[in-house]
Structures are given as C-alpha cells and as structure tokens.
Design a protein around this ligand. Structure first.
Ligand SMILES: [Zn+2]
Length: 409
C-alpha cells in the first residue's frame, strides 16, 4: 500500500459476516494456520535467484558434484591465480594445460583440457556446436538444460560431473602430483552420469531424438506415446442450467467470468469482473461467486456448475481449506448454494470452458458487470456457436507406455 487512500479503499472491500464466529488467521500462511516454515519465509531476506541455480540444484543430482559446481560458479573455489594474488603461492599457471593463469573463467571452458571434455560431452548430449565464452556458455546451458524430465536430468548431471571432475583433476595434480589424460577423465564422467541415470526411472516422450539420446548413453527407458481424446461442452440435464465460470491472473490485473446456458446451449446471462491480483485460486472462486450471483438475479435455482479448476471443486465440497483471503468469498458461495433447489459442480476440460475463460479476460473496471449476449464480441459468439453445435476439441489426456529396452553397453 502506498497511500492512506489505498488503505481506506482496501478496508471498504472487507466483508464482515455478523452471523459467523471470529476466526484466528495467521496471514503469512496460505492455510491460515501457523507454521514455522511460512513464518521463516516471511521474515527472511530473499535474494534474487541466480540464473544457473536450477542447473546445479535439482531432484536427481549427485550431491558432491553439485556442491563443487556451486563452489566454482559462486567463485568460492580458490584458484591458483587468486592464491597467487594473495601471495599464498608463487605460481599462477593452470596445472591442466600450463598455458594460462588458472582462474574460474579459464577452468570452466577456456582451458584446452576442459574444452576437450566439454566438447565431447556436448556431442554426447546431442549438440553439435562451438563452445561460447564462459558467461554465454553458462547462459546457454541454463536456457537449454531446463525442464523436469529424465533427459534434462541427464544433461544437468553431465554439466555438474564436468565441473566436479575438472576440479578433481586439478586437485589431483596440485596435491598428489598425479596426472590423468582428458579422455580418461571424460570416461569417468560418462560412467558416473550413466550409473546415476540408471538408478532412476526414465520416462520420456517417444521421439527419434529421445531414442537416440538414450541409445547414446546406453540407458534403458520408457517411451511414452501421447493419446488424444475428444471433448465437448457439457450440456445441463434435469431441468438445470449450466453455469461455466473461470478466473485468470496476469501480472497487473485479474479477471473472472461466468456464463449461464440452457440445455440447447442458448445463453441466458453472462457476467465478468476484475479485482487486484491475488492468486488464480481466489479469482477462480470470484468467478464462481459472480456466477451464482448472476443465477440468483435471473431466478435460476437449479444449477450445474462446470469449472476447469479441481481446486475450486475441493474448496466448495470442503475437501480442502481455501486460502484465508478467500474465506469471505467462500462464505458467500456456500450461502448462495444453500438457497438453491439443486446444485452440482464438476470439473470440465479447459478446452470446453472457453466461453467463461473469454469473459474472465475482459477485466471490466468493477467486481460485477453483467454483459448482455447482444454485446458479445465475435470471438465469444463463435465459441458459443461451436459449443452449442457440440464441436469436439482434441485433448491430450493420458498416455500408454511402450517399454523400449536396449542391449547392454
Ligand atoms: Zn588450463
């Protein structure tokens, strides 16, 4: 809040239900209850996340590899050049090549020893490209080794094993006067990555690239084939109307929408609203709230609700605790549901909830604005026409798994 006016306006939006008991709420926690974790997170000073953090810290990491990589990228690892500047050692040259001062930039990708290994590893990972200057190479890795799947894990494991073993070889030469050639270090990296990767379940989409990737690393894998089904807008039954609601959240604004249609797909009423951005779940609930309000205004008492948020259904059915900020909205929703003759709520696919999604994107400058069907934009009219005609939409719902076993390396 930047001004007293904004504070006053926010207080005006607070709704007090005189019939409900007071409730103690721990506002820094999403669940309303006190937790040490939420309290700690609200108090601690958060620094910006480093670009390469997800490259080093990920689910399937080898802890010692990630730790050494973190030390190098954070520049905590003491290079000979740094020690030379401090006067600790008399020689600053790289022990791996003897050609340049040993600093982090040189060790990372510039050193011919590291360059040889990283070039071969890039080929193993399916890339045919030249190594960039250290900062750019790191950014390239961050951009290309992202995601949460088996192939990405192997790429990240390789990235960390590279730093670990280059540093380990450097230490071996400095402290033990033992030398291993680059191809031998490369073999060790390949072996360790493959051993680690063989320990977790590798499930990837069945593509030529993924098959070749696993083949190159001599790894067994499960290749998944996506399966598409058709879905369509759900018509109401049992003399009910269908209420579709949705909420959306962007950086600067949040919107929600609701549309009521009869069993012929004819629009009975529609509404949209906006509020300050909070969370998707809250705006989804606001969509349901204005939808029920719209139904009440038009005298509909037998309602089937279709939402594309399973979370909203859990809140309405009291299977999950809503965020504390949404409690007044939930009370309003339950109050309106109690006044209905018939109410049911079900999950619908996003593809069949596009009319409500369109209304949610309108973001009018009020919490509730009724929109007459004659003023609908052409896009929305088209969606309603297709829904009414029973148009089917393709959706990737489930997959079956083809197990593809490779021979031993
Ligand atoms: Zn070197």
């Amino acid at each position: 809040m930047s001004s007293l006016g904004e504070v006053t306006n926010s207080l005006l939006e607070v709704r007090v239900d005189p019939h409900s008991d007071d409730q103690l709420i721990w506002s820094v926690s999403n669940t309303c209850n006190f937790t040490l974790k939420d309290t700690y997170l609200s108090l601690r000073h958060m620094k910006p996340v480093l670009q390469w953090t997800s490259l080093v810290w990920f689910k399937k990491r080898i802890p010692r590899h990630s730790f050494v990589t973190w030390m190098i990228l954070k520049r905590i690892a003491k290079t000979r050049f740094q020690l030379f500047l401090w006067g600790v050692v008399s020689e600053s040259k790289c022990v791996l090549c003897g050609e340049a001062d040993e600093d982090i930039e040189h060790l990372c990708f510039e050193c011919p020893f590291a360059d040889f290994i990283w070039n071969h590893l890039l080929t193993d990972l399916g890339y045919n490209r030249s190594i960039l200057p250290p900062d750019q190479e790191l950014k390239w890795c961050s951009d290309n080794f992202n995601g949460d799947n088996s192939i990405t894990y192997i790429k990240k494991l390789t990235f960390n094993a590279f730093f670990y073993h280059v540093w380990a070889e450097r230490n071996r030469r400095v402290f033990r006067s033992e030398t291993r050639p680059p191809f031998q270090v490369l073999s060790i990296i390949r072996l360790e990555v493959r051993l680690k990767a063989s320990m977790f379940n590798k499930s990837v989409v069945d593509t030529d690239y993924n098959r070749q990737f696993m083949d190159k690393w001599c790894l067994d894998a499960q290749f998944v084939v996506p399966r598409f089904i058709s879905c369509y807008w759900l018509k109401p039954s049992n003399r009910c109307v269908m209420l579709n609601t949705d909420g959306s959240l962007c950086d600067d604004f949040a919107g929600f929408g609701a549309i009521i249609r009869n069993e012929d797909g004819e629009v009975q009423a529609a509404a949209a609203g906006s509020s300050s951005p909070i969370s998707v779940a809250v705006h989804e609930l606001q969509g349901l709230e204005i939808g029920l309000r719209l139904a009440s205004l038009h005298g509909f008492h037998r309602i089937q609700v279709g939402v594309d948020s399973k979370q909203v259904i859990a809140y309405v059915q009291r299977l999950a605790t809503p965020p504390w900020i949404a409690i007044p909205i939930m009370r309003s929703i339950w109050h309106m549901i109690r006044g209905l003759e018939e109410f049911s709520i079900q999950h619908v696919y996003r593809e069949t909830n596009r009319a409500a999604d369109h209304l949610a994107s309108l973001c009018p400058s009020a919490v509730f604005v009724e929109i007459t069907p004659s003023s609908f934009a052409e896009d929305l009219k088209k969606i309603i026409f297709y829904d009414k005609a029973g148009k089917t939409y393709p959706r990737c719902t489930s997959c079956y798994i083809l197990i593809y076993r490779l021979g031993s390396p």
